[in-house]
Each structure stands twice: as C-alpha cells, then as structure tokens.
Design a protein around this ligand. Sequence first.
Ligand code: ATP
Ligand code: MG
Length: 266
Amino acid sequence: MVKQVVHTFYDKWAICSFYIFKDGRFSMQYICDIKLNRSISKASYLYDLPVIQYLSKHKSIPLTHNVTFFVGENGTGKSTLLEAVAVAYGFNAEGGTKNFNFSTKNSHSELFEYITLAKAKFPKDGFFLRAESFYNAASYIDEQQDLIKSYGGISLHKQSHGESFLSLIQNRFGGNGIYILDEPEAALSPTKLFTLIVEIDMLVKKNSQFIIATHSPILLAFPNAQIYEFSEKGIETVSYKETEHYQLTRRFLENPEKMLKYLLED
Ligand SMILES: Nc1ncnc2c1ncn2[C@@H]1O[C@H](COP(=O)(O)OP(=O)(O)OP(=O)(O)O)[C@@H](O)[C@H]1O
Ligand SMILES: [Mg+2]
C-alpha cells in the first residue's frame, strides 16, 4: 500500500513520516500519527477499551491518507479516540474551531492527556464536529454576530439539521485544514451524503485532512481513504468492501425480506 520514506518532523518524541503510494501520490498529513505517551491505569474504563489495548501493544496509529475513517461496532471506542485526538490538537472538547470557547458539560475523557500527536505541518483551517454537541456549537455561533457571516449568514438553528451541517461545511470549511468529524452522516439523507463526498473531495484537493468516525456505508466508499475498523480485537486496517458495515448493508439490501424473516421470526 504505502512506502514510508523519511522520518522528519518531531512533536515531543513522536515522529512523522512521508509516504509515497504505489500510484506515485505523496502524503504527509497535519496529524500523521497517534501514540500513547504513558500507560493508562487499570482502574480507568479506558484501559479496557480494545483500541487502548491495541495502542499499548502497537504503540502507534499512523494516519497516512488525506481521509481516515474510524468504523466499527457501537461502543468500540471510536468517539473516545477521535475526541482525544481533537482535544490533544487544541480543539474545544465540545466541538468547533480552535477559537471556540464554550463548555456545557465536561463529558470528554482524559485520554487526550495520554496521547501524543505527530504533526508534520500547520493547517490554516480546522473544525471538530462532535457527535452530540453540534447544537451547542450552533448556539455559540449564533451568539457571536461576526461569526454568523462565515457560516452562511443564517442562524444554524433556523436551518434543518442536515441543512445546517452542509451550510457549515460549504461556508466555513476553507481548505488547507484539518477536519475531525464524528458521524457527520447523522444529519444527512443519502443524496446529501453524496454532496458531502463531493465537498470532502474538493477540500482534499485543497490540501485538507479528514479524520472521520462513521457508520455510513456510503461515506466509507470515499476513494483512497484509510479505514481503521474497531472491534473487540482492537483495530485493523481494512478495505472498503471488507468492512462489516459494507457487507451487512449489502446483504440486507440484496434481500431485505430474507434478513427480516431471520430477524423477526421466532
Ligand atoms: N465516562 C465513562 N465511564 C465509563 N465508560 C465510558 C465512559 N464514557 C464512555 N464509556 C464507554 O466507552 C466505550 C466507548 O465509547 P465510545 O463513545 O468511544 O464508542 P463509539 O465506538 O464511538 O460508539 P458509537 O458507534 O455508538 O458512537 C463505551 O462502551 C462506553 O460505554
Ligand atoms: Mg461514537
């Protein structure tokens, strides 16, 4: 898949690498590696998460592509890791840009203190979309009159969930940025998911990096993405069609009657 070429930039002790793909593409991401910098107490629930066990053993989760997906069963630690990466990077724990300064409930884990991010370059833009708190981020934007303009000029609360989310991406995401999104599909119809794929592609072409936790078998199809599948066994790199989400959805859509019969009878 990739050839790791040179070790270069340092952030604390984490090391970034250049990657050259077989097709000649070149990659060096804003965040290019996630490492544990010390061990986590066995008393913490974090210790038992498969992804933490994996990090303890393998020491690092390289981010080699412009788009990295975290996919897997509910409760396998995708949001926990994503939020820790966002907070360790300097984003507000409840979402928004690095300049957002609000807090309604301190519900993120302390994992961010235990990870070190390897960074290769500095982005000009960035946003963290936290799954549960887009509403609060929208309220914060509403309160800052000068901010609303850069979010399309209409209060995000006066748009539907999906409209406000797309308006955020189309008006506020400017490129040369790092975008960390937790389940962006939550608001979107299948048609608008295709729009999201197009928007992500445009931003990737403008030198952006995305780290996305998702359950969407449509979004996961984004080309040239790195997919980490989280499970009880830890995490592993898989191809799109190897993901359980793709396989189960496909099996269901090929024959919904058969699947429903299996699920509902007896
Ligand atoms: N404060 C907490 N105390 C104990 N366990 C917690 C706490 N917060 C989260 N957990 C547990 O950590 C596990 C991972 O949660 P996380 O939200 O990261 O899962 P996820 O992979 O994002 O799931 P989903 O697909 O449902 O969004 C869950 O089993 C959850 O119950
Ligand atoms: Mg989650």
